[in-house]
Design a protein around this ligand. Structure first.
Ligand code: UD1
Ligand code: UDP
Length: 378
């Protein structure tokens, strides 16, 4: 039996690890162990509930307004002890959060090999996204197996002479989409349940990134206000992240604005169905940039650069920056120029084909001599 310890802590890691954890569960030669740091609490629990995952260990580290050092110190000491006790054959981490980096570091200190899911994304700007660009680079250095979603991600790792073995697998975030989006879906969130998506055009907005908190988020909110003022058929739905630093900027500017609907974070099935029903998406989220193209929804990326250029090259995402005027201009064009909109509203899958988890499990079995290697995603 291969003892696999999966470690994750935030909403996006949970969403992207869930399909993999489910696959590992089915594998008879794997002992599947899950540890959550609970860097996020409510937003993590929403995902665990949807996928029916009951962690074997829950480190419950979240504190309100936690600093990066709070997360690092608390998670590291607890994970180091846990890995010492569990003695896994391999530790899996996902993405670029502080839980990701610290999970890999704790495993390295115990000389346990690390498999990094979603390896090789890069912006080459150490402060954007912050601290994620450095978290994922540090994780690459610590990992022995790199599960790169795309060929470009693999090339990034090769360019850095990364130690270890690289598998191109696709992104696990696409694996879940097949099961979540339904035409006759009934929303769990009461506000979403009451929305008539055939009345007008709905824009889905999310913004939470640390480097956007402050003036950039103010600019984003102001651009949204201008959009609904100028376009009477447009409504904006914004599930607002639970971070108080985000909420105390968003609510004073947007609360009470006509046709702007502010709601709490919704569960991922609601979210995917919401994405499938909206006209376009404005976001600074990484995961949403990957999901939206698969659903044929144009994305205005509320950042200055992206580690996911595949969507921009495919013509389904555009960099909107973080200035009010620029964001407003780009969204206005998509709302008024049908040709420009249609060019972006095409379903493409640069990030995965729904079989990433399968490939990752096969790669792990292969490393332990129990399977052929998986075919690469391309
Ligand atoms: C974290 C990740 C970021 C990822 C994001 C996904 C780091 C440094 N950042 O950022 O990469 O994109 O998650 O959403 O790893 N909070 C709650 N309940 C929750 C979740 C958060 O109350 O369920 C509040 C807490 O006050 C917490 C704060 O939000 O202190 C910030 O959470 P934190 O995980 O530190 O940062 P995020 O911005 O969520
Ligand atoms: N998401 C969700 N509910 C929400 C907002 C987002 O389930 O209210 C999902 C979204 O579909 C995607 C993931 O959360 O799968 C993205 O998480 P987030 O934006 O927090 O993090 P990032 O991807 O930027 O790291």
């Amino acid at each position: 039996m291969i003892r696999v310890l999966s470690i994750f802590g935030t909403r996006p890691e949970a969403i992207k690890m869930a399909p993999l954890v489910k696959r590992l569960e089915e594998e008879t030669s794997v002992e599947n162990i899950v540890c959550v740091t609970a860097q996020h609490r409510e937003m993590l629990d929403q995902v665990l509930e949807v996928f029916g995952i009951e962690p074997d260990f829950d480190l419950n580290i979240m504190k309100e307004r936690q600093t990066l050092s709070d997360i690092t110190v608390n998670a590291l000491s607890k994970l180091y002890d846990l890995i010492g006790k569990v003695k896994p054959d391999i530790v899996l981490v996902q993405g670029d959060t502080t839980t990701t980096f610290v999970g890999a570091l704790a495993a390295f200190y115990r000389k346990i090999p690390v498999g990094h899911v979603e390896a090789g994304l890069r912006t080459s700007n150490r402060y954007s996204p912050f601290p994620e660009e450095i978290n994922r680079r540090l994780t690459s250095v610590l990992s022995t197996l790199h599960f790169a979603p795309t060929k470009r991600n693999k090339e990034n790792l090769l360019r850095e002479n990364t130690m270890g073995k690289i598998y191109v697998t696709g992104n696990t975030v696409i694996d879940a989409l097949k099961y979540t989006v339904k035409e006759d879906y009934r929303f769990e969130d009461p506000v979403l349940r009451s929305v008539d998506f055939s009345s007008g055009r709905y824009i889905l907005l999310t913004s939470h990134r640390r480097e956007n908190i402050g003036k950039p988020l103010v600019n984003i909110c102001r651009a949204v206000k201008r959009i609904v003022e100028e376009f009477e058929d447009v409504k904006v739905i914004y599930p607002v992240h639970m971070n108080p630093a985000v909420r105390e900027i968003v609510f004073p500017i947007l609360e009470g604005t006509e046709r702007v609907i502010l709601i709490d974070p919704v569960n991922v099935i609601d979210m995917h169905n919401l994405m499938a029903r909206c006209y376009l998406i404005m976001t600074d989220s990484g995961g949403i940039q990957e999901e939206a193209p698969a659903l044929g929804k144009p994305v205005v990326v509320l950042r200055k650069e992206t580690e996911r250029p595949e969507a921009i090259e495919a013509g389904v995402a555009v960099l909107g920056g973080v200035e009010e005027k620029k964001i407003f201009g780009i969204v206005k064009r998509l709302l008024t120029d049908e040709g420009a909109y249609q060019q972006m509203a095409k379903a493409v899958n640069p990030f995965g084909d729904g079989r990433a988890s399968k490939r990752i499990v096969k790669a792990i079995l292969h490393e332990f001599g129990l399977s052929d290697p998986p075919e690469e995603f391309n």
